[in-house]
Ligand binder design. Structure first.
Ligand code: DI6
Ligand code: FE
Length: 427
C-alpha cells in the first residue's frame, strides 16, 4: 500500500494561478488573464475567484504559490481496462503485417488471450502491474478514473479485477469508478453457448459482485465479434433490476443500433461510436447520454471511419475523450496525448477536447456533481500546468508540462526523474 498521507495537504490559499477557460464555470473574471486564487479547506474547495476579490478572512492562510501556472480541473479518464495480465505486442505486429482486429480475434488472439493471462495472475500481481500504469496516468493530471473488468469472464476472476480496481483507488488517493464488463467476450469454456454465458453474467456474476459493492456501472461489448443487441438488452435488464447505471461499447466496428438501446436504458455513456447513426445520436441527446470518443483505439487500429463529430456537435450531445487503455487496441498511458489526438484526428476544438477530459468525462461516470470543474464545495482536484495558454494542452505531445497536481486534497509534484512511470510523483 502506498501512503497518500505522506503527501502534503493542499489546505490553504493557492495564489499565482491563471484559470483556464471553462475551468471554474461559476467564476466571472473581468480580465481572463487575471491572477486567480483558490482556497482549500479540509480537502475541499472553499473559495475560487480573482485574487483581487479574495475575502480578507482567507488572506492570512498558509500560502501555496502557483508561480503563474495555468489551472484546469483534475482530469477524468472515463473509459479504461487498466487491470489485466500480460501484453499483446505480438498482435500489434500481426496487424502491421495486415491482419484485422477481427482476424486476430478469430485466430485465438485478442481479448481471449488477455483473459488467459489475467486468470493466471494473482490479485497482487494484477495490482502491481496496474499500479505502474495508473501512475503514468496520474502523472498526466488524472484525478478520477473508470476501470472495467472484462478480462476474467468468470466470477472469481472478474471479482479479482474489480477488487484490484478498488485497492488502486485507496492506495493512490484517486477516485475510481468500477464497471462490470462481464459481457466483453465469450470465454473459451462457453464456446458456442453464448446464451448460457449471458445467463451466467446476468443471474450469477453481476448480482454477486454488486452485492459485494464492487460494481458502480455495467457495460457490454455489443459487436459482431462480441454480443448481440438482444444479449446486450438482457444484461441491461439485469443491471436495471439492481439499480445500476449502464454504458455501452457501441458501434465501434459496425452499426449494431446499440447506442439507441443504451440510451433507452438511460445510459451514462456510449463509447467508441465510430459507426453511430442519426437515430443513435437523437436517442442519446434525448437521454442525456455522453458520447465517449476514443482516439487511441481509432489510431491503433488505423481506423479510417470517423465518429460523426459534426452531427454530435450539432445535436448538442456532450463529448468526452478517454484513453480506452487496454492491451489490445489502445495501449495508451497519456490522457493528454488523447486530447491532442481528439483534435488532430477527430477535429475537436481545443475547448471541446478539454471539456472532454474534464466536465463531460465526469458526467460519463455520474461524477458531474463532484468532479470535472473547480467549484466551491467540491473535493480539491486541480492541475497546475507550466503552460502559457490552454491551447498548449492540446498542442504539445510527448511531455507532461505539470507543475503540481492537487488530488483529493493532497499535493503531488512530478518527480525530477519524471518519466511518468514508476513513482512518477514526489511529495
Ligand atoms: N473495445 C475495446 O476497445 C476493448 N474492448 C472493447 O470492447 C479492446 C479490448 C481488447 O482488445 O483487449
Ligand atoms: Fe474499451
Amino acid at each position: 500500500m502506498k501512503n497518500t498521507q505522506a503527501f502534503p495537504s493542499a489546505d490553504g490559499l493557492w495564489t499565482g494561478l491563471r484559470l483556464a477557460p471553462g475551468a471554474a464555470p461559476d467564476v466571472q473574471l473581468d480580465d481572463a488573464n487575471a491572477s486567480a486564487a483558490i482556497v482549500v479547506e479540509q480537502g475541499h474547495i472553499r473559495w475560487v475567484g480573482a485574487r483581487a476579490a479574495l475575502p480578507a478572512a482567507y488572506a492570512a492562510l498558509p500560502t501555496h504559490d502557483g508561480g503563474g501556472a495555468l489551472v484546469t480541473p483534475g482530469l477524468v479518464d472515463c473509459h479504461t481496462h487498466l487491470v489485466y495480465g500480460g501484453r499483446r505486442a505480438n498482435e500489434f505486429a500481426m496487424r502491421l503485417a495486415g491482419a484485422s482486429y477481427e482476424e486476430v480475434a478469430k485466430a485465438g488472439g485478442g481479448i481471449v488471450s488477455t483473459v488467459r493471462a489475467t486468470r493466471e495472475a494473482s490479485e497482487d500481481e494484477l495490482f502491481e502491474s496496474a499500479a505502474a500504469r495508473l501512475q503514468a496516468l496520474l502523472a498526466d493530471g488524472v484525478c478520477a478514473i473508470e476501470i472495467k473488468s472484462g478480462y476474467g469472464l468468470a466470477l472469481g476472476h472478474e471479482r479479482k479485477q474489480l477488487r484490484v480496481a478498488r485497492r488502486l483507488g485507496e492506495a493512490f488517493g484517486v477516485t475510481v469508478k468500477t464497471t462490470f464488463l462481464g459481457a466483453h467476450a465469450l470465454p473459451p469454456e462457453y464456446a458456442g453457448r453464448s446464451a448460457d454465458y449471458i445467463d451466467l453474467v446476468c443471474k450469477e456474476m453481476l448480482p454477486a459482485l454488486a452485492a459485494e459493492g464492487l460494481v458502480d456501472a455495467v457495460d457490454v461489448f455489443c459487436e459482431r465479434i462480441a454480443f448481440s443487441l438482444a444479449e446486450t438488452e438482457q444484461v441491461f435488464q439485469a443491471a436495471k433490476a439492481l439499480g445500476l447505471p449502464v454504458k455501452l461499447h457501441a458501434e465501434q466496428l459496425s452499426d449494431m443500433d446499440g447506442a439507441a438501446l443504451a440510451a433507452r436504458y438511460g445510459a451514462l455513456s456510449c463509447d467508441h461510436i465510430e459507426h453511430l447513426s442519426a437515430k443513435g445520436i437523437a436517442e442519446m441527446k434525448k437521454a442525456g447520454t455522453v458520447a465517449v470518443l476514443l482516439p487511441g483505439a481509432y489510431y491503433t487500429l488505423r481506423d479510417t471511419h470517423l465518429p460523426p463529430i459534426e452531427a454530435l456537435r450539432e445535436a448538442g450531445v456532450p463529448m468526452a475523450v478517454s484513453t480506452d487503455h487496454n492491451p489490445g487496441t489502445s495501449p495508451a498511458l497519456s490522457l493528454l496525448l488523447m486530447v491532442n489526438m481528439a483534435c488532430t484526428l477527430f477535429r475537436l476544438t481545443v475547448p471541446e477536447a478539454i471539456a472532454g477530459v474534464t466536465q463531460h468525462a465526469a458526467r460519463a461516470l455520474g461524477l458531474q456533481d463532484t468532479h470535472g470543474r473547480i467549484a466551491v464545495g467540491l473535493p480539491a482536484n486541480f492541475v497546475l500546468w507550466k503552460l502559457s495558454e490552454a491551447a498548449e494542452l492540446a498542442y504539445w505531445f510527448g511531455q507532461r508540462p505539470i507543475h503540481a497536481v492537487v488530488r483529493q486534497g493532497r499535493v503531488y509534484f512530478p518527480s525530477p526523474s519524471g518519466n511518468g512511470q514508476g513513482e512518477g510523483m514526489r511529495p
